[in-house]
Design a binder for this molecule. Structure first.
Ligand code: 6PG
Length: 263
């Protein structure tokens, strides 16, 4: 009998392991922002598909700021994410600056231009914060409750919240020592005061963020390293370093960090 040709075995190279800062939840570290986006986009895709299948829809809340912008772009142009269930997605805002929607500082303007305009998400499922209204927070909270209430109890929560972090350790528009750090049963609050980087904000509260099924915190760049180090060392209180208040009660917390941001 002829001998089978030997199949050359290529040893599997272990992925270069980068040191992971000790944070609560799952920590994903990649060398570059691009590689990090691969990881977060893949997890988001998986989460979206699962929720759309299980509940019939997917409730996604997005932050503004510059960090997640390339992620939103990637979700639109990379064919790997073409099957994201946009038609079943409800798009929410984590926070907004109290400016008109066409102002360059508006988070919704960025989210609309990078994502909404390029997806087939139905307009009725896009939920901008009408931030200049006096009742912006109350209105947004009502809209959230109205859209989530038909789900079974326990499932009436956001499915994925994408957060960033500022150099001062703020997340969403929860700034150090600012009034909105105390949720007091509210899901959305207007936030202002001496520690809030102007303009004033409208923000999701800890109560809402920490009730989510998954929270993805994306942090990149050298400038964020000091605040991240303080969070790792648990140096300070939640009021001093609001990112430390992110602690989902019955959901998953995932940190997505690039090497530069890691202490
Ligand atoms: C915002 C955000 C905010 C942001 C951090 C980090 O409106 O600015 O929602 O919480 O995530 O400020 O901002 P950068 O990504 O621009 O560093």
């Amino acid at each position: 009998m002829a001998q089978e040709p030997e199949i050359p075995i290529t040893p599997i190279q272990p992925a270069q392991s980068l040191p992971k800062p000790r944070l609560p939840g799952t920590v994903i570290v990649r060398n570059t922002v691009d590689e990090l986006i691969d990881a977060i986009a893949a997890d988001l895709f998986f989460q979206a598909q699962g929720c759309a299948r299980t509940f019939g829809d997917f409730h996604l809340a997005l932050s503004g700021g510059s960090t997640p912008e390339p992620l939103y772009r990637r979700l639109m142009y990379d064919p790997a994410y073409r099957d994201l269930p946009w038609k079943r997605t409800h798009l929410w805002q984590v926070d907004e600056r109290r400016v008109p929607p066409d102002d360059d500082r508006s988070n919704f303007k960025m989210i609309r231009e990078t994502l909404v305009l390029h997806s087939d998400i139905p307009t009725s499922q896009v939920h901008p914060i009408h931030a200049v209204r006096d009742t912006a927070d109350i209105d947004y909270e009502r809209e959230l409750r109205h859209n989530l209430e038909w789900r079974e109890k326990g499932h009436d929560r956001l499915d994925c919240v994408v957060l960033g972090m500022g150099e001062d350790g703020h997340t969403a528009s929860l700034f150090p020592h600012s009034p909105a750090l105390k949720s007091e049963g509210r899901l959305v609050l207007i936030n202002d005061g001496p520690t809030v980087t102007p303009p004033a904000r409208v923000t999701m509260t800890y109560d809402l963020i920490n009730a989510s099924r998954m929270v993805a915190v994306m942090i990149t760049g050298r400038k964020k390293r000091d605040a991240l180090e303080r969070a790792v060392l648990r140096k300070g209180t939640v009021a001093e370093l609001p990112i430390m208040g992110v602690a989902p009660l019955a959901g998953e917390l995932r940190w997505y960090l690039d090497a530069e941001a890691c202490p």
